[in-house]
Design a protein around this ligand. Structure first.
Ligand code: PBG
Length: 329
């Protein structure tokens, strides 16, 4: 009771604030998304993601060594696939010598201890820009899961430590887990995008990979029949619980900042590590505001990441990872 209790005593100096701080951000918290393209000597900035690049394999090698030096220990790989290699079934995703498979090997050769996670979804390989096979205006569920399982095996064979299915088909975690076990990859983990919302914050990412749904008759214009409705909360818990039951080692909520209520709820509900994806649109918003001089880049960045971790994130996939490592270093 006042004046016996004065909360400001615990805020009086930086030292006491350090002593009682509940949440601390370190490079260990991060998963670094990387965008890989074909070619040589390519490092091109993505227009809607300032200071973030697509890179060819030679630059990927340099990049992962630098990340490791900075204390970052895990990457999440995405590939941009040339249009002429795209089809409805994402056939190129299974090419043992495809860009993803070569990217995994490149990272592992450059930096064997770097944890490699791979995006498992059809959209970068799909001529329709969907995460599943499209037939008569529908996204086929079980047929897609089968392809995702084959894709996961292909990534595991190339050396991936974890596969990260980002597609939101029903039952795909079980299909992938069983396939990995059958093929002898019992040590390959699964990080499931378990509560992934149909969000407009993915815009810059789709620019980066040229993977947006195409505007063709009889092809859905959005991903609302598989990604979740932003209005829903209970469904996120059900989705996540199902993925844990099906064998997911890590679950994920995506996007980040606008969905922190969901993050906390899931953290309270499951006992596996919870990852949060601070997505491309979140990154773009802060970069744009900072460019205009409207927000202080570094302090807002740290405040946002603290909020994500405080809400319950054990792992944060973020385009700010390198900025943070630099700031903390
Ligand atoms: C593809 C995928 C997307 C993202 C990660 N994996 C886009 C989408 O679902 O349309 C978004 C990441 C971001 O916006 O940073 N399945």
């Amino acid at each position: 009771m006042f004046p016996l209790i004065r909360n400001r005593r615990l805020r009086a100096t930086e030292s006491i604030r350090r002593l009682v701080r509940e949440t601390v951000i370190t490079p260990d918290d991060f998963l670094v998304p990387l965008f890989v393209v074909e070619g040589k000597g390519i490092k091109e900035e993505i227009p809607s993601m300032p200071n973030y690049c697509r890179m060819s394999l030679d630059h990927l090698e340099i990049e992962v060594k630098e990340l490791w030096q900075m204390g970052l220990c895990a990457v999440l790989l995405f590939v941009k696939v040339p249009d002429d290699l795209k089809d409805n079934k994402g056939t190129e995703a299974l090419n043992p010598d495809g860009l993803m498979q070569r990217a995994i090997k490149t990272v592992k050769n450059a930096c064997p201890e770097m944890l490699v996670m791979t995006d498992v979804a059809l959209d970068p390989f799909s001529s329709y820009g969907h995460d599943g096979i499209v037939t008569e205006g529908q996204i086929l569920n079980d047929e897609t899961s089968e392809v995702l399982a084959e894709m996961s095996i292909s990534h595991a064979k190339a050396g991936a430590d974890f596969v990260a299915p980002s597609d939101m088909m029903d039952g795909r975690i079980l299909t992938i887990r069983e396939a990995l076990e059958d093929e002898g990859f019992q040590n390959t983990g699964i990080m499931s995008y378990s509560a992934k919302y149909a969000s407009a914050y993915y815009g810059p990412f789709r620019d980066a990979l040229d993977s947006a749904p195409v505007d063709i008759e009889n092809v859905p214009k959005d991903k609302k029949t598989y990604q979740m409705d932003p209005a829903n909360r209970f469904e996120a818990i059900r989705e996540t619980q199902m993925d844990v039951d099906e064998g997911a080692d890590i679950v994920m909520v995506k996007p980040g900042l606008p969905y922190l209520d969901i993050v906390r709820e899931i953290k309270n509900e499951v006992d596996v590590p919870v990852a949060v994806y601070q997505v491309s649109g979140e990154y773009a918003m802060l970069k744009a505001a900072a460019e205009k001089g409207w927000l202080n880049h570094d302090t807002v960045m740290m405040e946002q990441l603290l909020a994500i971790k405080r809400a319950g994130a054990n792992i944060i996939a973020s385009y700010f990872a390198k900025d943070v490592a630099r700031l903390l270093g």
